[in-house]
Design a protein around this ligand. Sequence first.
Ligand code: UD1
Length: 342
Amino acid sequence: MKKKATVLVSGGAGYIGSHTAVELIAAGYDVVIADNLSNSDRTAVEGVRAITGVDVPFVEVDCCDRAAFRKVFEAYDFDSVIHFAASKAVGESVRMPLEYYRNNLTSLMNVIDLMRESGRSNIVFSSSCTVYGEPEKQPVTERTPRKPATSPYGNTKQMCEDILRDSIAAYDGLKGIALRYFNPIGAHPSALIGEQPRGVPQNLVPYITQTAAGIRECLSVFGDDYPTPDGSCIRDYIDVVDLAKAHVAAIARMIEDRNAERYEIFNIGTGRGVSVLELVRRFEQVNGLKLRYKIAPRREGDIVAIWADPTRANEELGWHAERSLDETLAAAWAWERRVREA
Ligand code: UD1
């Protein structure tokens, strides 16, 4: 295959970053991974190399350390950056707001600054559906108004979107796409990379797979008295490999489509809302097991329901969610079992 451009993937040892590195390489791009390993593991880089058969360059660096990060910009020839590197735990951000503001805002500002300084053009930013808060109408489009953030983490996503928008408006030669992820789940079908939460998982699917593996005693379903058909919360669960491919489409659009706006936002979801209880049942069915779970009180800060209208990404990026929920839940379980065997 003809080689395309080179892409710097910051946070490329993380969950979404590692899957994106794989899909970029599969699409013919060269990749450089930069990661400070603060919430990720070198084994993810090994996984990317094993899946692709490419000795992907990896630099251990903190994007907040501008002098050290500048060296990556000097050492490698790339025109595009996908910036994943950020802290992402909602509860932790409430306890440690300054760490979240410092890390998430500084790293993005450094990326933009270094891009500008060295004449790099294209940036994809990891945003989140959390910017919509509790929406009045479902599904949400990119024109649905943002609501005031309910956590420092959510606030950093909003502030980073604004920093990117304003920088692109001010600096010629810079183009950007913010992808608003819904709930990423699952793992690569090879089971060589996947989600590796440290400590007790805060997110639903890692908690489910660890419960199935016997590491957690029982899943707590947070609330069954919400105004939804079965009383549990509704989310739009997007397969991580599908999500990774959306980044490839975003990079291609910035490189190839001269008519595109310089700053664009896309929802990346399936367009389908699934309740917590439905997800638990599907997990049991597709993997042929029983999960211990109990109904627990609502979790503070949770919204009732959100799912995406992904039409803009479908039409403009030519991207669609392809993997079924069953495939995704089977992959999540295969990954968990492999981690336990290793
Ligand atoms: C949250 C953030 C999102 C962030 C993501 C990753 C919000 C609104 N969303 O998503 O921006 O990117 O975390 O950290 O802040 N649940 C249980 N039992 C559990 C765990 C979860 O019932 O043990 C339920 C939750 O109540 C929720 C659903 O499962 O309804 C999904 O939860 P989770 O995986 O934590 O994701 P979000 O809270 O939607």
